[in-house]
Ligand binder design. Structure first.
Ligand code: NAP
Ligand code: ZN
Length: 355
């Protein structure tokens, strides 16, 4: 057992504050990682504040983890002490259902175990990456092939990267395809970069006119301010695929109308209350699909990391100390993040040494 320092929410109204707990000693299949950086995902906020009504407290969020291996179990052949390593949203799954067999552990029929908040179908709590170290089964640990000059900016790939790469890949986005990305936040900015690197024509939809130039810089071919009906009217019936990352309920028809015949809009944003129902007629008359997608499998996450390393893709980040995480949450709620907060875990280690 190892004493572990972290920041946790004690209840839905509480700010995140220092919290100490014990991690297991690494078993034969485990990798122990000293956490260097952890991204701040909107799911962390949803969970810390119990917005999905399933939070186990105390809640230590964080599932965009990059660190260095400090110990490995006797049976681990894939990592050695000193290696860089990543951990994303999952730390375990049943390993024997059909989804696990197909490398789609995120759809494990018996429920994967989240890096934080425990197994999705309930069970013992797990504590995430807002902490100084973590112990994870080697099969769920990712290799980092980016050079180590900007590791903090690699961390958000572990959730924002895979959650956008997986649907873009699944729905065969590539050259000749017209793709829309809705929302320029953590997920959205990764979607723009990845869809551009896949060779698609990318249209970014944002509610924030001041993000127009950033959208173009990040790889969008055009930017549409979704609150402007004239701009929206120009792109009606023009897109093959839309990835919708918005974290709040909104009118889906405004975007479904932009799909060509047979086009698909996939929701990855997970608001705390439902969207207004879309119009059935908008779907039927053009055989459009409305779909959803959850993070990505472990092999697919490795493929995404390797794809991003090859294309020199990292996240645009704002580095914060862990003591600033509550303020970062408030800014994220206002859409005021360019484009992912990442916690420098040195700030936690200094605080714990001082304690
Ligand atoms: P984020 O950084 O806060 O970005 C969300 C973006 O949505 C905002 O920057 C904003 O972009 C846009 N937006 C428009 N209206 C909004 C409103 N009323 N409230 C909030 N945002 C609004 O969040 P994120 O980390 O990218 O996560 C986005 C969502 O995906 C969250 O619900 C998160 O829980 C979910 N998620 C899902 C999965 C999955 O597996 N499906 C994985 C990770 C996260 P503009 O300013 O450009 O409009
Ligand atoms: Zn996430």
């Amino acid at each position: 057992m190892a004493k572990t320092y972290s920041y946790a929410a004690r209840d839905s109204k509480d700010a995140l504050k220092p919290f100490t707990f014990e991690r297991r000693a690494p078993g034969a299949d485990d990798v122990q990682i000293d956490i260097l950086y952890c991204g701040v995902c909107h799911s962390d906020l949803h969970t810390a504040r119990n917005e999905w009504h399933n939070t186990l407290y105390p809640s230590v969020p964080g599932h965009e983890i990059v660190g260095r291996v400090t110990a490995v179990g006797a049976d681990v052949k894939t990592f050695k002490v000193g290696d860089l390593a990543g951990v994303g949203c999952m730390v375990d799954s049943c390993q024997h259902c059909a989804s696990c067999a197909e490398g789609e552990e995120q759809y494990c029929e018996n429920g994967f175990t989240g890096t934080y908040n425990g197994p999705v179908f309930g069970g013992e709590n797990t504590f995430g990456g807002y902490s100084d170290s973590i112990v994870v089964k080697a099969k769920f640990v990712l290799r980092i092939s980016h050079d180590d000059s900007n590791l903090a900016a690699v961390a958000p790939l572990l959730c924002a990267g895979i959650t956008t790469y997986s649907p873009l890949h699944h729905w065969k986005v590539g050259p000749g395809k017209k793709v829309g990305v809705v929302g320029l936040g953590g997920l959205g900015h990764m979607a723009v970069k990845i869809a551009h690197a896949m060779g698609a024509h990318v249209t970014l939809f944002t509610t924030s006119p001041n993000k127009r130039e950033d959208g173009l810089r990040l790889g969008a071919d055009q930017v549409v301010v979704s609150k402007n009906p004239d701009e929206m009217a120009k792109v009606v019936n023009s897109l093959d695929f839309i990835l919708n990352t918005v974290a709040a309920p909104h009118d889906l028809d405004a975007f479904l109308n932009l799909l060509k015949r047979d086009g698909t809009m996939t929701l990855v944003g997970a608001p705390d209350s439902p969207h207004p129902s879309p119009s059935v007629f908008n779907l039927i008359f053009k055989r459009r699909s409305l779909a959803g997608s959850l993070i990505g499998g472990i092999q697919e996450t490795q493929d995404m990391l390797d794809f991003c390393a090859k294309h020199k893709i990292v996240s645009d980040i704002e580095m914060i100390d862990i003591q600033g995480v509550n303020e970062a949450y408030e800014r994220m709620l206002k859409g005021d993040v360019k484009y992912r907060f990442v916690i420098d875990m040195e700030s936690l280690k200094k605080e714990s040494h001082a304690a």
